[in-house]
Design a protein around this ligand. Sequence first.
Ligand SMILES: [Zn+2]
Ligand SMILES: [Zn+2]
Length: 370
Amino acid sequence: MIPPRRFELPDDWERVPGLIDRIQDLVTAGRYRTALDVLLAHLRRDAASVDALALAAVTMSGSRTERVESPEPPMPIQENSALFAPITTVCSVCTGSWFSTHTLHRTEQWSIVNPIGLQCQVCRHTICKNCRPWTANEGLSRPCPEPGCKGTVTAPVLPTGRDDVEPVDPMTIENVVVIRAGPITPTVDEAMTVVTKFVPILRSDTSMVSIRPSAPHIMDRTFSRNLYAVSVLEGLERERVLERGSWSRATPLFIEAGAADDADYLLVVVRWPGVPKKVVHVHVMREGSEHMSADYIHMLLEVMAPRAFTDHATITGTPGGDWPEDPRFMILLLVNRNHPEYLSDDFVVRTQFGQGPDGLRYVLAAVSPA
Ligand SMILES: [Zn+2]
Ligand SMILES: [Zn+2]
C-alpha cells in the first residue's frame, strides 16, 4: 500500500493480532527504539496500516522528556522516517514538525490549556508554538490567516502529513539510487538518513540502495540531473542490479541541502517492472569456509530480498572460501554448473551482493521463471 498523505482515524478497522500488546509492553518498559522499529517493519509491509500508524502516534505523542530519558529513546532517523510521515503535523509557517497528542482523540470536548500548536478546523493551516504571534493568555482561537478560508485556528491539532515524501508502495521499490553533490560519496549511514526521510523504506534496507558518485555541475539543472541519472541507471542495468528499461520506472527526487543533510542529494526511486516475480530457487554464497544454517539464509532473505516471493523457493547455500573478485560472475558459474537449465531463456537469474549481519560478504542468485 502507498502511505496515506495524512493519517485519518477511521471509525473501524481491522486489528493486527498482538500488535497493541507488544507495543504497549515495549513502551511501558521505556523501549521506544524497539517499539518504533517494530512499527516501522510493519509499515514497510503495509504502509497504510491503521493499527501501526495509530500506535506510532500514541508512542510518539506522550511526554518528550519521558521518551528522551527512557532506557531506549527514539532515534531521529526513526522519527523522521517517511513511513511515519502520515502522522506528523507540519507548521504552515516555519515547516517545523511534531507528533500531535490530539491524533487519536475523537471527542468534541476540548479543554487544552497550552497546546503545542493550533490548527484551522477547516483547511488544517497549522501554527506551531513558536510561530504563534499571540500568547496563550490572549485566548486560543483566531480566524484562519489562509486567504478565502473562513475557518478558525484553534485545537485540536491533527496530522497534516508531509508533502515531501515520495508516494510509493515500499513493496514495489526495486532500488533507490543515491547521488550526493560534491566530490565525497556519502557513507551508508549518511545515505540512509536521507533516503528514509523521503522514501518509505527502512534504514536496514541497504541492499536495495545504490550509492553512486556525483560528477561536477550535474546538480545545477533538472536536465543535467536527469541525464546523469540515466547514465547511472544504465550502469546498474549492466551490473544486473536493475532490470532493463529502469528509467521508465524511475522517479528522480531532488533534495536540497538542509532538508536532511548539508549537501544536495539526487535520489532516484526505481519501481519494479510489474508485479515482483515468483522466485523458484535462491542460492547463497558466503565468504569463508563455514556452512550457513537454513535459519541464517532465511534471515538473510528477509533482510535482503523482502519484496521477492521466496515462499516456495528451493533455498541452497555454499561457503565461498576466499572471496572472489567478481562474486556475481562466480555465483552465475556455480548456478550454471548445478542447474544449466537456469541459464536458458526460460529463466531469469538476478544476483545481489552485500554484507550480512555477521559482517561477512555474501552474494545470492535468485531464479525466477522468465
Ligand atoms: Zn512554526
Ligand atoms: Zn483555514
